[in-house]
Write a protein that binds this ligand. Structure first.
Ligand code: SAH
Length: 496
């Protein structure tokens, strides 16, 4: 069930609560908090409910529920212990298009009451759509401990200054920056310490000295390989502060969802028909938005400085005197290796690792194949899916053993991750047999054999055969008699 969240203004609106027990009492307490005009319908009431009736805070009807009472009602809560009564109330309310909540019965309810973290005027409501109320409660408890109680006072202070802030800082970006320092700086600290008068004074001072113009800036951010858990805290912060986000197609939607809701998102992926696809187009966009005083996040898959053209973008920004920062990200080689259980270096199997790209500016021809073909080294090949056959041929031609293990990791770190393994001899064949698509990263070298035994994430690797494992562990000659080498490899790992 997918619900539409909303906050209802019930002040001085009539609400009917059917039921007079402890549950009804809790609901009525919350409704009174929202200044609703509550009528409770039940033959017997809890002592607290009776008190509210006698104080005139709620009205009481003791006789059996009557449809006519729904006449002027905005909202109904059915909280009796009798399912039939609850169902009747729900049906009759539904016929009149009045929203009804049946306590602990998601199917009979047309609205749900969320778990709430109350920092009035700030309010966080959590719902699991009735599917996992315990999870919603747990989350609420976490948020309760996370969010200081002074948040309410902070919101009230901001509300008090709001029109003056608007007048002093007509520029939206400048205003947003002011609010951010207000919410995260000394004013918030003073409020946490219960010093509301000092907090008010500090806020006034900050406003008086705030600069109405906001200089634009660019943060070059590495978004990692896709799993949002692999973002850095700095990246998250930049995403929260961004006015506009220029992102590559490679950046996962899960990561983009973490950005500020009202940040403008512009995809600058290299797709045909999109006039911003060229590097010059991206530069022009960076300049345009930064010069308009906006905080731009240039979000790239993996790390911005690993096959990401981040360097060119910084050179451009520098030449236009636009201030910038760089937030590194977890590059695909590092992430894919981790999520496939492949240590990129290993005391026994690889003393170095090379990050290589198999096309883009350095074409295959310009690579130092003799160096790449060396043993006891790991190659992490980016953007290689199209060129696997020639990569395979050239490496073998320059002396890399055909038995060298590989792992191809498609959609590394994402829920749809697939790992295809094999040896250099059957690299291109395996890739096409399993229809490996983009984005995929190739890890080639002795260590790739460990994908077999150390895999931990997602589906087990595809394409492994006993022969592969033996060949990988015995070394370059497949003619060497098969030995219990898998065990050797494991032993090597345990030796560290
Ligand atoms: N700056 C990026 C690389 C950009 S080049 C980084 O540091 O990771 C794009 C190539 O990265 C893809 O063709 C693919 O080879 C690799 N890649 C990026 N994300 C990947 C992922 N989730 N799984 C596998 N390969 C990935």
């Amino acid at each position: 069930m997918k619900l539409y969240p909303l906050f209802a203004d019930l002040s001085h609106r009539a609400v009917l609560v059917v039921g007079g027990g402890a549950v009804a009492e809790r609901k009525i307490a919350a409704l009174l908090g929202a200044q609703a005009q509550v009528t409770v319908n039940a033959p017997v009431l809890t002592p607290q409910l009776r008190r509210w009736v006698s104080e005139g805070r709620i009205a009481h009807r003791a006789d059996a529920f009557q449809e006519g009472w729904l006449e002027r009602i905005w909202l109904v809560v059915a909280a009796t212990s009798d399912r039939e009564t609850n169902a009747l109330v729900a049906t009759l309310a539904g016929l009149r298009r009045i929203f009804v909540n049946v306590v602990d019965d998601a199917t009979l309810s047309s609205f749900h009451v969320p778990a709430v973290v109350d920092r009035a005027p700030l309010m966080i409501a959590i719902s699991s759509g009735g599917e996992a109320p315990m999870l919603a409660r747990l989350l609420r408890e976490r948020l309760e401990t996370l969010l200081d109680h002074s948040l309410g006072a902070l919101a009230t202070l901001a509300a008090r200054l709001r029109s003056r802030i608007r007048a002093r800082l007509p520029d939206m970006a400048a205003r947003r920056q002011f609010y951010e320092t207000l919410f995260a700086g000394p004013v918030a600290t003073l409020l946490r310490q219960g010093k509301s008068k000092e907090a008010g004074q500090a806020a006034e001072q900050a406003l008086a000295s705030a600069s109405p113009a906001h200089p634009g800036s660019v943060v070059l951010v590495g978004a990692g390989p896709g799993d949002p858990g692999l973002l850095t805290l700095r990246a998250l912060r930049a995403l929260n502060e961004a006015d506009v986000i220029l992102h590559d197609r490679l950046v996962s939607t899960e990561v983009l969802e973490l950005a500020r809701r009202d940040a403008e998102r512009i995809e600058v992926g290299k797709q045909a028909g999109n006039h911003h696809t060229t590097q010059d187009g991206i530069h022009a966009l960076l300049l345009e938005h930064a010069c308009a005083g906006r905080r731009v996040v240039r979000l790239k898959g993996g790390d911005p400085f690993v096959f990401g053209r981040g360097g060119e973008e910084l050179e451009f920004l520098r030449s236009h005197e636009i201030p910038y920062e760089v937030v590194p990200g977890i590059t695909a080689a590092v992430a894919c290796a981790a999520y496939a259980g492949i240590p990129l270096t290993h005391r026994d199997h690889a003393q170095s690792v090379r990050f290589v790209t198999a096309h883009c500016r350095n074409s295959l021809d310009t690579l130092d194949w003799l160096a790449l073909a060396q043993e006891q080294q790991t190659l992490a090949v980016y953007m290689g899916v199209g060129g696997l056959a020639s990569l395979q041929a050239r490496l073998i031609e320059h002396g890399r053993a055909a038995t060298t293990p590989f792992a191809l990791i498609e959609n590394g770190s994402r829920a749809e991750q697939r790992v295809v393994i094999g040896t250099l001899a059957n690299l291109a064949e395996r890739a096409s047999a399993h229809a490996v698509g983009s984005p995929a990263l190739l890890i080639l070298g002795e260590v790739a054999a460990l994908a077999q035994s150390l895999a931990w994430f997602g589906q087990p690797p595809l394409g492994a055969t006993v022969h592969d494992i033996r060949a990988a562990a015995t070394g370059r000659r497949s003619s060497i008699p098969p030995a219990p080498v898998h065990a050797d490899l494991l032993a090597a790992i345990h030796r560290g």
